[in-house]
Design a protein around this ligand. Structure first.
Ligand code: AMP
Ligand code: ZN
Length: 467
């Protein structure tokens, strides 16, 4: 049985899904006005391990992570740089998607706010119709917090703490009401609505997009801890007010990645971009470092911590190499009593790995268990060369890697890279064709075809497929 710590109620709960066998999950993604940084990476990888573990346990998982592509910060960045807001969004969402993929995090859907304006307007209208929201003279629409009796439960806060961080607007009924729709100001992008020109407030996007794709009730909603208030508190108030039903089963929040004791954030200007970190340490080491702490414990960035992670991960990779070596020798017909003891010890560690993961996804303890197996490999198996023990240990490493995703290459799972490499070759060939260097491009084509890769040429671009 999996146990999950629910931010709502601040207690551990047994995990059960709304629909049998399927986990529906929505995580708040980035606002694309700057480079994605290693703090974001932490949250995204933490959920990645959770999703991978749930899949390993036999669940189907639908995983959605939005892109906030309209927001005050984006508009301000456009003003500062003299670029259009669309250019800003285009540039930084590419950075996000590219680095997420390099970090080996796979998302099933990346809904963008500006593609869901119609749905957002309908959501807001529904709240107005039910008396939970009101239109102010400016054409902005606010949520009336007093109409939702559970407000403050998620963040465990009281009225005097409900600072929405929005500029205090006189037209609000209460200072703690928040904007669902912001009336247009000159120089800002806008969409037409029943209340005039304007754009969505921040929180409404996630309520609208998550329920559109996952339904009125789903299993996991998360993000970093900074989102508990006001973002998730407001999302919950809006959604439950509209549907009249309890919304999310498990609210999960990832602790911050800090640097010199401060939260890493774009607005504090202390970021290390994911791109730079990936270049310097690679995805495996970065993921290993993130997952060596429990997702609810803060982590501190330092060069030494990452160097240490590199060394520890290498130890696991070395242990795996020893196992593969033993397994080459083939199965035996007899194990000594001592070997059987070791086999059982390894089975026990694998069981403990699973127990740690099922205990609120405790990757830190799970990782220790894999290191204990590696210790057994070096201290015992390397000498005894017991095939059965090595085979059990290899299975442990396979399960570990399915959750952590830090040694795909060593496990022989790096085939996806091949696709990227072929894409790269085709791109170079496209350039050669543009320059009319047909000799070279023909040569590349015949090399690829001799490896079973068919090149499909059209007028200005080529693609490929396996033959
Ligand atoms: P933002 O672009 O700031 O809206 O953040 C996108 C996601 O990354 C949210 O789920 C944030 O909570 C999370 N996040 C941002 N900064 C950090 C950090 N320093 N540590 C962990 N998670 C973060
Ligand atoms: Zn959100």
């Amino acid at each position: 049985m999996i146990r999950v710590f629910n931010t709502l109620g601040r207690k551990f709960e047994d995990f059960s899904t709304v629909e049998n066998g399927i986990v529906k999950m929505y995580v708040c993604g980035p606002t694309v006005y700057d480079y994605v940084h290693i703090g974001h990476g932490r949250t995204f990888v933490a959920y990645d391990a959770i999703v991978r573990y749930l899949r390993l346990k036999g669940y189907n998982v639908i995983r959605i992570q939005n892109i906030t592509d309209i927001d005050d910060k984006i508009i301000n960045r456009a003003k500062e740089t003299g670029k259009s807001w669309e250019e800003i969004v285009d540039y930084y969402s590419k950075d996000y998607l590219e680095n997420l993929s390099l970090l080996k995090v796979k998302i099933d859907l990346h809904p963008r706010v500006t593609q869901h304006i119609k749905e957002i307007i309908n959501f807001v209208q529904g709240l107005i119709d039910k008396g939970h929201a009101y239109v102010a003279p400016s054409g902005s629409v606010y949520f009336d917090v007093d109409t939702y009796p559970h407000y403050g439960e998620l963040s465990n806060t009281k009225k005097d703490q409900w600072n929405q961080g929005e500029e205090f607007v006189k037209e609000k009924r209460h200072p703690y009401d928040f904007a669902l729709w912001k009336a247009w100001k000159p120089g800002e992008p806008y969409w037409e609505s029943p209340w005039g020109k304007g754009r969505p407030g921040w929180h409404i996007e996630c309520s609208t997009m998550s329920t559109r794709y996952l339904g009125e009730q789903f299993d996991i909603h998360g993000g970093g801890m900074d989102l508990i208030f006001p973002h998730h508190e407001n999302e919950r108030a809006q959604t439950e007010s509209l549907t009249g039903k309890p919304w999310v089963r498990y609210w999960m929040h990832v602790a911050f990645l800090n640097i010199r004791g401060e939260k890493m954030s774009k607005s504090l200007g202390n970021i290390i971009t994911l791109k730079d970190a990936l270049k310097k340490y690679g995805a495996d080491v970065l993921r290993y470092w993130y997952l060596s702490s429990h997702y609810r414990s803060p982590i501190d960035f330092s060069e030494e911590n990452l160097e240490q992670s590199k060394v520890s991960l290498q130890r696991l990779k070395d242990a795996l190499a020893v196992l593969k070596d033993i397994l080459k020798e083939g199965p035996k017909s007899y194990s000594k009593d001592e070997d059987i003891k070791v086999q059982r010890e390894i089975i026990q560690k694998i069981k403990e790995f699973d127990e740690a993961m099922s205990n609120d996804f405790d990757t830190a303890t799970a990782l220790k268990k894999i290191h204990e197996i590696a210790n057994i490999v070096f201290s015992k198996l390397q000498n005894t060369r017991d095939f059965l023990a090595a085979s059990i240990a290899l299975d442990g490493f396979r399960i570990f890697n399915e959750v952590f995703g830090v040694m795909d290459e060593e496990m022989g799972l790096a085939y996806e890279r091949i696709y990227e490499v072929i894409d790269g070759i085709i791109e170079v060939r496209n350039l050669l064709r543009q320059k009319k260097m047909y000799d070279l491009s023909d040569q590349i084509r015949s090399i690829l075809e001799s490896h079973g890769i068919k090149v499909l040429d059209s007028k200005d671009k080529s693609t490929w497929r396996f033959q």
